[in-house]
Design a protein around this ligand. Structure first.
Ligand SMILES: Nc1nc2[nH]cnc2c(=O)[nH]1
Length: 164
């Protein structure tokens, strides 16, 4: 991936993000993303959190959704994400799970901080020990739930495989 290519795709992500700021009746979140594989653009996307009333509709998430639907697969390995802003921890994990191999960003968390557009909060939260998180995630092992859920899943998957 040459520097020229990364610059070209980042410029495209910024152009998309600017469309959220200027190309509309009222501005929404200034984020855009482009997902590329083998020199081909798989998806272009913008933040649609407000438009879709969906807290997960970040530009990077929307790019993953568009690409996965188009390919009929959630395996997006070998792809590279170009994001106008530093990806948040949700997007980072989604990209990791989809096999995205690299992410380039244009605007850093430091750039975003004065405008409350930094993605640092999620990373800081995850870096805290479990007992000190803003959002406690509480394990409660439920006894007598009947058949073990994960064992049942493994069995079902194994049976499905055996019939293929
Ligand atoms: N990188 C990025 N950061 C965000 N913070 C809030 N929304 C977004 C988004 O769509 N992309």
């Amino acid at each position: 991936m040459s520097k020229q290519d990364s610059e070209k795709y980042l410029l495209e992500s910024i152009r998309l993000a600017m469309g959220n700021v200027k190309g509309r009746e009222s501005a929404t979140w200034p984020f855009g993303a482009v997902l590329v594989r083998d020199g081909k653009i798989l998806a272009r996307a913008v933040n649609q959190v407000d438009d879709l009333c969906d807290p997960s509709a970040h530009a990077e998430m929307q790019a993953l959704r568009i690409a996965a639907k188009a390919l009929g697969s959630t395996d997006l390995s070998r792809s590279v994400m170009y994001a106008s802003g530093y990806p948040c921890s949700m997007c980072h994990t989604a990209m990791l799970l989809a096999g995205v191999k690299q992410v380039y960003f244009a605007y850093s968390n430091e750039d975003g901080e004065p405008y409350d557009l930094s993605a640092a909060r999620g990373y800081e939260e995850l870096a805290r020990p479990e007992g000190r998180r803003e959002l406690p995630v509480i394990g409660h092992r439920v006894r007598d739930a009947g058949e073990d859920l994960y064992q049942a899943w493994q069995k079902a998957v194994d049976e499905d495989r055996a019939t293929v």
